[in-house]
Design a protein around this ligand. Sequence first.
Ligand code: ADP
Ligand code: MG
Length: 317
Amino acid sequence: MNEFELIRHYFAAARCAQGGVGVVRGIGDDCALLAVPAGEQLAVSTDTLVAGVHFPDACDAFLLGQRALAVSASDLAAMGATPLAFTLALTLPSASEAWLAEFARGLQQMAENCSLALVGGDTTRGPLSLTLTVFGRVPAGQALLRSGAQAGDLLCVGGELGDAAGALPLVLAQRDATPEVAEPLLARYWSPQPQLALGQALRGRATAALDISDGLLADCGHIASASQVALHIELARVPLSAPLRAFAGEEQAKVCALGGGDDYRLAFTLPPALLADIQRDWPEVRVIGRVLAGSGVQLLDAAGQPIEPPRGGYQHF
Ligand code: ADP
Ligand code: MG
């Protein structure tokens, strides 16, 4: 199969490449053409995943296809953007048809899940790596930025944290667990669900937002510095899942939630009066702290006293 047959068979023929809202031209010309309605802006984000760095060299191609697109789509969620389209630059050591078929199936599943149309890309030979660029649209001036948090706002997260980081010993086949524990953790690593609907609902409500990819504390640091405020996080309020607690233990679960990364859940700041409205539709949204005048991120114990982040018993990263 030559390069063009490969592109045609696995990508141009995929269901997600058959156009979509806003797609004027998809795969096949020198550029794709996207239409953005008057009064809206284009939100664009690129992520590269390199084998051996961002995912294990030997991994399931279907799961990799899902995860690669989910990671990118999560940036659209973080901006409150409505998904439009994506491109895929694929570097492959060889054109294994079985691998490509499974990869394309995983990509298709997540594309459908996120309403993203595949509109172009590039295919080259080399060490396995993937670069995905996602495009979304957002009403002009309404994108969720990192820079608007105000003293008095609540600090919220879109759900339980730490599962993906906690799953790493399972992903790397360093440890085993029963299916009841392993399956939900592995699912949170391999097919995170970008919080697109939540992000769109936060437009005009949240004062700042991002998606947690590098760990709660590090990412909250980005909001604090962009907004020139201090964020106080109550450790006891950080939501941890039952499977993570069972697998990693209470202390290590906290380490995963605070510093692990790969959560792809939203963290956002919200005026207190708007919380009930959001939690009615997203009961998994949790308040974990608040915004104050000052700078930096401070972790607090249940009595409100400053504490150091707990340290891990083993090193993931
Ligand atoms: P060019 O040489 O003009 O860059 P290519 O031959 O690389 O074009 O690609 C031909 C068409 O196939 C283009 O529309 C391109 O966007 C698309 N394409 C190439 N690789 C991929 C891929 N992995 N996934 C989706 N579309 C792709
Ligand atoms: Mg090209």
